[in-house]
Design a protein around this ligand. Sequence first.
Ligand SMILES: Cc1cc2nc3c(=O)[nH]c(=O)nc-3n(C[C@H](O)[C@H](O)[C@H](O)COP(=O)(O)OP(=O)(O)OC[C@H]3O[C@@H](n4cnc5c(N)ncnc54)[C@H](O)[C@@H]3O)c2cc1C
Length: 431
Amino acid sequence: MLRSIRIPTRIAIIGGGICGLTAALRLAENNFSVSLFEAAPTAGGRTRSFPDKFSGAWCDNGPHLLNGAYRATQQLLSDCGASNHICWQPSLKLPLWDRQRGHFSLSPSPRLPFSLAMLAAVHAMPEHNWRSALAMLRIHLGLQQGKTTGMSVARMMQRCNAPDALVRDMIEPICLGAMNEPTATADASSFARVLTESFKSGGSARLGWFNTPLQQALIEPVLRRVVQAGASIRCRHPVRNITTENVGVSVDGEPFDAVVIALPAYMRNRLLNLHRPCATGVITNIHLWYRDHPGLPEPFIGGIGTLGQWFFDISAQMSAQASGQNRSVRPLRHLCVVISADPQNMARNDLINQVQQELSSISGFSHSPAHVRLVREKRATVLVRQHRPASTMPGIIDASESPWPGELPATIEFAVQRGEKAAAEAVKRFK
Ligand SMILES: Cc1cc2nc3c(=O)[nH]c(=O)nc-3n(C[C@H](O)[C@H](O)[C@H](O)COP(=O)(O)OP(=O)(O)OC[C@H]3O[C@@H](n4cnc5c(N)ncnc54)[C@H](O)[C@@H]3O)c2cc1C
């Protein structure tokens, strides 16, 4: 008796960043025949790492912070046996520094109900008082009422009558870090989403960082599972042409039933010949390696009134062995200064000198670094805007990074969620 043989549905995924890898894993787990195309020699995209010749260590494209609301990312890491690659704070603490006040932090007590703990924590910061605490309450209530549509974060803060000190010390650093835009232009409804999701449940309101370089912490475990699940990975293959056929889609002449586009929106537009503007934000990372640096008092510190916005002690976040450093030589201390939404108005050497001086003031250590590396991602993130949808071309599933007002901004979590959503869409269409 002849039995019908079911040919698996063929799906192409364009882009081997964390979004494309997530989609590939979920589709391969659902018995689709998956081919993932990646232009670069290795998968990873913006969460890639590279070996630094001078220090002998792996270096991330940029240090990545996570928060407890990154549930899809945590699930993905858990499915790939890599949950232990994130180091979580025991409870939320935002370490800060400025020239006048020195080191201080926003540290809500884990023993109080979270909203109350936030008010008390804001009140306890130097130069803050009940005015800041009451403004926090108004912001909290404003977020719950959801009246943020079409507004900038700065406008929302004016409406909540937030004191300048609260905006400077808390709102602006969180906005720059999460949205990669200053409060003047960042969309209030997406910022509200960041705050409510991050602080929804007091217990999960905390920050985390990867304790090995991104390539080993995130990309390799996910890639391993994708390959185990049966997907084929084709690196060094920049896709140049997608056309829809009578049935299905052709990717550089190869037939597929559907294609998932897992690219930032401006790359998607280029690939599909869509002539549209796409607002993006710059992130500049200045990596510094020191011979005898004692390190920072915290794994990361937010600078107030400084050019550098976040000061990361990468060596404290990662062990020397995990970061691939040669242990027979005395390990260098790796620090990294991050400038989100960099206006790019300073010459390279002036910028390096200034952040180095800021780092000296923060750490109390004034020696020169043994090695400096500046990595500027000109299109680090696609900003929250009313992006027009890509296309209604049948067979194309658009998982591109094009965050809308009210959605999460471009982050690892948003990328994982987009990959999950694209896979669910394909399952719905073909199963
Ligand atoms: C410096 C920096 C710091 C950041 N900090 C944080 C942070 O602290 N926390 C956080 O959550 N997020 C952070 N992000 C954002 C986060 O890294 C990204 O949002 C996320 O990695 C996007 O993943 P993706 O898969 O959507 O896109 P990408 O990682 O950009 O992947 C797209 C892939 O597609 C490939 N590609 C492009 N064109 C083609 C083509 N034609 N054919 C085949 N392949 C192609 C590219 O080579 C790339 O590998 C940061 C980003 C940067 C750059």
